[in-house]
Design a protein around this ligand. Structure first.
Ligand code: SIN
Length: 281
């Protein structure tokens, strides 16, 4: 394996490995420790079939069921897809899923610990995925701000009343199964024990025991802080890239800046997570 850092603290590109083949226990251990450290791993030249993608993703842990069943492969129900063909076009702009920084399914009691995509078709321009390091963003907060937020909690719902983006419309049956959960504003990573901001402006319904105006102002302040370019790794997709990210260490955002007549199609897998814990001080 050849490892190249993508930014000083976030993201590593791993080459000279073929993820269509089984990996040894030693390689698995190494990959998992790189994942814990860099939080975003990029594997170029991995044009995997859905079955191979399932096995590759399992290196990092067991897979999680997709919430939105209509965007899954019939032969591989654990493999979803992001396809331009499913996206509404409003005033010439594609309404892509995930177009503001977020962490996946934060309203779930056990949010996916990781999400992974394999690029099958990519437009000639645009459609990058951006990642920001919410561990580093937390580290850089002032001592006063850390003390203020460290014990705060937020209710995460399917779609916040203040959401900056709209979510896939669900059937009443799907809606009935969608959970809502109270999550810490600062979480501790179960393996590295690093604290990280846990934000999802699309799903956060205020802050527990705080007036709405103050709560949303604080959420916005933390969002603006953590989405600064200095915390970012921006991935420009190439066909065959496999990217996996840690939802407990980064937020990510999709971009709708490509020609809607071009096709963008990626397989998508989520890995099972556990209930999130706040930071012990
Ligand atoms: C996502 O799965 O959150 C969207 C990422 C992307 O399609 O760029």
């Amino acid at each position: 394996m050849f490892i190249k850092k993508l930014t000083p603290t976030l993201g590593a590109e791993i080459s000279e490995i073929d993820l269509s083949l089984p990996v040894t226990n030693q390689e698995k251990y190494h990959l998992k420790s790189l994942f814990a450290e860099y939080a975003v791993l990029v594997f170029p030249n991995q044009p995997l079939t859905p079955g191979q993608f399932v096995r590759a993703a399992e290196i990092f842990g067991p897979l999680m069921e997709q919430q939105i069943k209509k965007f899954t492969l019939s032969d591989y129900p654990l493999v979803g897809y992001n396809s331009t063909k499913d996206l509404p076009l409003i005033n010439g702009k594609l309404q892509v899923r995930g177009e503001n920084f977020h962490t996946d399914h934060s309203n779930d009691l056990e949010p996916p610990m990781a999400t992974s995509l394999v690029a099958v078709e990519i437009p000639s321009y645009g459609g990058d995925t951006q990642f920001v390091d919410v561990r580093k963003a937390f580290d850089d907060l002032s001592a006063e701000m850390k003390e203020k937020i460290i014990k705060l909690k937020s209710r995460h719902v399917h779609e916040s009343s203040r959401s900056p983006r709209s979510f896939a419309k669900l059937t009443p049956e799907e809606m009935a199964k969608i959970p809502q959960t109270i999550q810490p504003l600062v979480i501790e990573h179960p393996e590295t024990h690093r604290p990280a901001l846990y934000l999802n402006t699309g799903r956060m319904e205020g802050i527990v025991d705080m007036q709405d105006e103050a709560a949303y102002a604080l959420i916005n302040q933390l969002y603006v802080h953590s989405t600064q370019e200095k915390y970012e790794y921006r991935h420009k997709w190439r066909v065959g890239d496999l990217v996996i990210w840690d939802n407990r260490a980064v937020m990510h955002q999709a971009n709708a800046d490509y020609n809607p007549e071009e096709f963008r199609y990626l397989y998508r897998i989520m890995l099972k997570g556990a209930p999130l814990k706040g930071v012990n001080i």
